[in-house]
Write a protein that binds this ligand. Structure first.
Ligand code: PMP
Length: 286
């Protein structure tokens, strides 16, 4: 089945969708994005993603080209047209295509470019990876200083994934001034006793939508949350570790830089958190 994608007001077969070579997303990585997961044909945490998108646009002085309701309609339309049961919807908004390449932002009458497409992943929530956990390496965090804005500048995270792959691992945790910031495309946590430790929100990390939900559910499940800086060594010495993101939900981490976390197996707390997150998210899906 040919995928139907959305580009600037039109639903088109993916091979007919076009964006200008002068698009600032292409030339300057001048754009923002969101990834919303779909479970059972419904959107998970759509509101959170829409609110963060608005914030990303505002921080880059971009005007939101569509309202939240319009975006919701497009998301739903794409789910229907592509018959997505489980998977993700990728959305990207760039500052549009000016007449030529220019570092200076174009005037406000240059329309932004809006692209959305689906990625079908049947059985996304039943991922076998969640049963065995993932292995991570640590790398230096060499990204820019506004990681709270979800921009499409993903070269360093992409290089981080390649470094992990080359080391026979699944992902990389990035470290700045001796402390873990986050994973290449996820937030990072460890569990010691009944306490979940994760870096506090700031410009240093993306304010994960899954992070917010998981911490809320964890508190409701009587777990303690300690938002503070932490080191790789602390995480290696923890009982359990995990990551969160819209596409992996809660994913256990069983090894960091070749050292097993706890017993080196998927632990009960991360498993429980994953179950709670999936149950609650499915209930609230729209
Ligand atoms: N940190 C980074 C750097 C990310 O790219 C992502 C996912 N895009 C996350 C954290 C997790 O955010 P969310 O839970 O909203 O998917």
């Amino acid at each position: 089945m040919t995928r139907t994608v959305y580009v600037n007001g039109e639903y088109l077969p993916e091979d007919q969708a076009k964006v200008s070579i002068f698009d600032r997303g292409f030339l300057f990585a001048d754009g923002v994005y969101e990834v919303t997961s779909v479970l059972g044909g419904k959107l998970i945490d759509f509101d959170g993603h829409a609110v963060r998108l608005e914030r990303s646009l505002k921080e880059l002085q971009m005007t939101a080209p569509l309202t939240k309701d319009e975006l919701l309609d497009i998301h739903r339309e794409l789910v229907t047209r592509n018959d997505v049961t489980d998977g993700m919807i990728y959305l990207q908004i760039t500052r549009g295509a000016d007449a030529d390449r220019d570092f200076v932002f174009p005037s406000d009458d240059v329309p932004s470019t809006v692209v959305l497409f689906t990625q079908s992943k049947p059985g996304l929530a039943e991922s076998p990876t969640a049963q065995k956990g993932i292995k991570v390496i640590s790398i230096e965090d060499q990204r820019w200083g506004r990681r709270d804005i979800k921009t499409v500048q993903l070269l360093y995270p992409s290089m981080g994934k390649m470094m992990a792959k080359a080391a026979g691992c699944d992902d990389a945790w990035m470290v700045e001034d001796g402390h873990v910031t986050e994973g290449t495309s996820n937030n990072a946590y460890f569990i010691k006793g009944n306490t979940i430790v994760t870096r506090p929100l700031s410009n240093d990390i993306l304010h994960g939508i899954t992070r917010a939900a998981v911490l809320r559910f964890a508190e409701e499940a009587q777990m303690k949350i300690d938002e503070r800086l932490f080191t790789i060594e602390e995480a290696q010495g923890a009982d359990e570790a995990f990551i969160t993101s819209a596409s992996t939900f809660v994913m256990p981490v069983v090894e960091i830089d070749g050292k097993p976390v706890g017993e080196g197996n998927v632990g009960p707390m991360a498993t429980r958190l994953r179950e709670i997150y999936l149950d609650e998210s499915r209930k609230a899906a729209i």
